[in-house]
Design a protein around this ligand. Structure first.
Ligand code: UDP
Ligand code: MG
Length: 320
């Protein structure tokens, strides 16, 4: 069946590789990727997405593209960031299933064959799971685990901890992802949002083969904010609760002043009164902010235009 697909010109697997200044690794990356793909034994294409590189990346992509018909280059007009480079690859991929992989060999290409087998066994979302983050600095590991904790608290769809973009998405997952038109996109959140039977493949993540990381601390922080803001409106709506707390405190204080006056015959102390007024008025502000947040959150959900639900077509076991 696989051979027929190749003859019909439609690859079974599309490997999408976002690349930003990866000229140093492109050669060694393909030298490992292509044999690993050949070993699977089905038709495939490699879509190299040049995300506004300022080095020799595009020239090298053109070179390998003309030497090997299975390799295709896409060039973005400037640096749009990894999420949009992957989206461009998602839109352009012709294969039945799609594999996202980094160009720096931190995602071992040999694992794709395991991903493929799990897809054949019925999974639509087969993702690589880093078993240790020893290659990351202490600061990066700690901030990553903080991010997952906060994200999973705030978002209704939890993210698997330490899963990256390295994964295989089956045809149904690919079709579902293409329906998302939101511009602020956090792909890891979307893979989780679409659902489908999913399975983790644990692996040790090696260090970058060559070149340098494109994500410094500031960029990672912005990325985390982006992820949380595009998958949760909790922070907007939280203020009602702060307001309710302030009302309760004001009521307790008011009650105490009344008791003092009637039971003990003492006039309320001046700063009690000040505190009472402060709490009373700030609670009105907080509650109003929360109410506005509730509506802003809804507007935000509406403008994202996400699908309301996604159907699955297999008969296998229900999965979480
Ligand atoms: N990347 C990209 N656009 C960017 C930044 C990164 O396409 O603006 C690509 C990069 O070329 C690599 C992958 O995304 O293939 C992961 O980037 P990197 O290895 O720098 O991130 P890290 O592994 O350090 O988190
Ligand atoms: Mg990397």
């Amino acid at each position: 069946m696989a051979d027929e697909t190749v003859e019909a010109g439609k690859p079974v697997l599309s490997v999408v590789v976002p690349m930003r200044n990866e000229a140093d690794v492109l050669g060694i990356f393909l030298a490992r990727l292509l044999p690993a793909m050949d070993a699977i034994g089905v038709g495939y294409e490699v879509v190299c997405v040049d995300d506004g590189s300022t080095d020799e990346t595009w020239a090298k992509v053109r070179e390998v593209e003309s030497a090997d018909p299975r390799i295709r280059g896409l060039r973005l007009s400037r640096n749009f960031g990894k999420e949009l480079a992957m989206t461009a690859g998602l839109d352009a991929a012709k294969g039945d299933a799609l594999v996202f992989i980094d160009a720096d060999l931190q995602d071992p290409p040999e694992l794709i064959s395991d991903f493929y087998k799990l897809w054949q066994a019925g999974y639509q979302n087969v993702y690589g799971l880093r078993i240790s983050r020893q290659e990351d600095s202490w600061a990066k590991r700690t901030s990553a685990s903080l991010f997952y904790a906060v994200f999973n608290r705030l978002s209704s769809v939890p993210l698997p901890v330490n899963a990256g973009d390295f994964r295989l998405l089956g045809p149904e997952a690919v079709a579902a992802l293409r329906r998302f038109k939101e511009r602020h996109r956090f792909m890891k959140g979307l893979y989780a949002w679409i659902g489908f039977p999913s399975v983790a493949v644990p692996y040790e993540r090696p260090c970058r083969a060559a070149g340098a990381t494109k994500f410094n601390a500031a960029r990672l922080f912005n990325f985390a904010v982006e992820g949380i803001a595009s998958h949760s409106t909790t922070l907007l709506r939280l203020w009602t609760y702060v307001g309710i707390l302030a009302v309760l405190l004001a009521a307790l204080l008011g009650l105490w002043m009344i008791i003092e006056y009637f039971a003990f015959g003492r006039n309320p102390r001046g700063y009690y009164l000040n505190l009472f007024i402060l709490l009373g008025f700030s609670s009105i502000n907080f509650i109003m902010l929360g109410i506005i947040g509730e509506y802003v959150g809804r507007i935000y959900e509406e403008v994202k235009q996400r699908p309301l639900y996604i159907l699955r077509s297999d008969d296998s076991e229900p999965t979480e």
